[in-house]
Design a protein around this ligand. Structure first.
Ligand SMILES: Cc1ncc(COP(=O)(O)O)c(C=O)c1O
Ligand SMILES: N[C@@H](CCOP(=O)(O)O)C(=O)O
Length: 437
């Protein structure tokens, strides 16, 4: 399979070349030249649905010219060695819990799959590469964990100072080794801009080979389509007579939702998508008829979604042939402020005992708002994007109850933070990268 830039002004690339570049040379994001259709029917029968096997089948057409089927299957089995669960929290309302991986957020799916693909490559080519990551909290920890000690790979993580939770910070800034963290006096969008600028900087690239492990990298994005198909198939297997599910997706950089759209194009059964955001509501405003107007993000309690200029919106435009009306008819959008989010966490917890992180709570709120507006009884799957423990500082004052920290996370809380302070200026960042190369 070949991949082309959303800007369409540079040559196509194979999967591994697109992965190594991170961004297309014209500054666009890579997308498959055509999205392959998959026959999902064999996953509807059989005694069990195996996520890693489904993932390998979905990955195969993208990687077929680069890796053998056996290697793809082994990468998928090794990357996805943790459970994902679909929990019913109301009448035809589900949470797809994507936070049972090592760093307790859905980013583990993309980061672990991508890290293993990099290992396949590094062992082949014997090259050294620096992976740059901008994070508003969860990508950084997942990439740090996924790429820790991966031979030939140095990771540099940029996060906005003072705008991520303590657990998120400690998960990425205490590892050391091949993982470096930089705290930027700015917002997530500054970090993302610096990463993109560095990848496009020719003089820097002549010194260091650079890529990114944000969802701007196609190798991070493709695995984010696998779990949508898993949930859709699981529901079909449970209740054959049901409508296909609507997915409600807590969104920031819109890589997760774009993964869902890719799964739909591959043939997954769905009744549509809802984009849920916090006050950083650029996309929901556009979806309700406003102009698409990126702006500086504001801090919220769902900090990993504090994105003012979502990178993947260009992929969404590309998927709908640049037609705003086609996007608006395919996606519904809702946004909620922090008070609504806190109320939703408390309401669901009191009524059912189920505890959501603030990001998942926006998805839950959007699902309820969509149902109310459409009077629909269709099944809705809310993507559970992070474990509540990652946001216990927000949740404990809301419920008044302690959230227990799993033992395996205690060690990073006891580690020593090692992060370099950085101004959100490209010359400073370039200097820091060159110094440490
Ligand atoms: C917990 C959580 N929820 C939601 C999101 C938003 O996902 P996306 O950036 O793919 O829209 C993120 C960050 O990406 C996250 O970490
Ligand atoms: N919310 C993200 C922001 C970056 O998202 P990505 O999926 O594009 O890497 C985070 O947690 O860092």
């Amino acid at each position: 399979m070949m991949f082309e830039s959303t800007k369409g002004t540079c040559p196509e690339a194979g999967f591994f070349e697109a992965m190594r570049r991170g961004l297309a040379p014209d500054g666009g994001l890579y997308m498959p030249v055509s999205i392959p259709g998959i026959d999902f029917s064999e996953h509807l029968s059989g005694s069990e649905l195996h996520f890693a096997e489904l993932a390998a089948d979905m990955a195969q057409p993208y990687l077929d010219t680069e890796l053998s089927e056996e290697r793809i299957r082994s990468v998928a089995r090794d990357a996805f060695n943790f459970p994902l669960e679909l929990k019913e929290i109301g009448q035809n309302l589900y949470v797809l819990e994507l936070f049972h991986g090592p760093t307790l957020a859905f980013k583990d799916f993309g980061a672990r799959f991508m890290a293993r693909l990099f290992s396949e490559q590094a062992s082949k080519a014997g090259e050294k590469i620096t992976i740059l990551v901008a994070t508003s909290g969860d990508t950084g920890s997942a990439v740090a964990n996924g790429f820790y000690n991966v031979e030939g790979v140095e990771v540099c993580i940029l996060y906005p100072k003072g705008r991520i939770s303590r657990l998120q910070e400690m998960q990425m800034a205490t590892l050391g080794g091949n993982i470096r963290a930089m705290e930027v006096s700015g917002v997530f969008d500054d970090c993302q801009r610096l990463v993109k600028q560095a990848i496009m900087d020719e003089s820097l690239r002549s010194e260091i080979q650079l890529s990114s492990a944000n969802s701007i990298n196609i190798a991070r994005l493709i695995p984010q389509s696998f779990y949508y198909a898993y949930a859709s198939l699981l529901l079909q297997r449970m209740k054959m007579e049901m409508d296909a599910p609507v997915f409600s997706v807590p969104s920031g950089n819109f890589g997760n939702l774009t993964g869902g759209l890719v799964a739909e194009r591959m043939g997954m059964a769905t009744s549509g998508f809802i984009a849920a955001t916090n006050q950083n509501s650029v996309v929901p405003e556009f979806l309700s008829g406003g102009e698409y107007r990126p702006r500086k993000s504001v801090p919220t309690i769902s900090n990993a979604m504090d994105v003012g200029d979502p990178s993947n919106f260009s992929r969404i435009r590309y998927l709908f042939g640049g037609s705003d009306s086609a996007i608006r008819s395919a996606l519904k959008g809702y946004w909620f402020d922090d008070n609504h989010t806190r109320e939703a966490i408390l309401e669901l917890h009191r009524r059912t005992g189920y505890l959501m992180c603030p990001h998942t709570a926006t998805g839950y709120l959007a699902a309820s708002a969509w149902r109310k507006k459409n009077g629909s009884e269709k099944p809705v799957v809310v993507l559970g994007t992070a474990h509540p423990v990652k946001f216990r500082d927000v949740i404990e004052p809301v419920t008044g109850e302690p959230v227990e920290v799993p033992e395996r996370l205690q060690s990073c809380l006891e580690g020593e933070k090692q992060a370099k302070e950085l101004k959100p200026e490209f010359p400073d960042f370039k200097k820091a990268l060159l110094k440490q190369a």
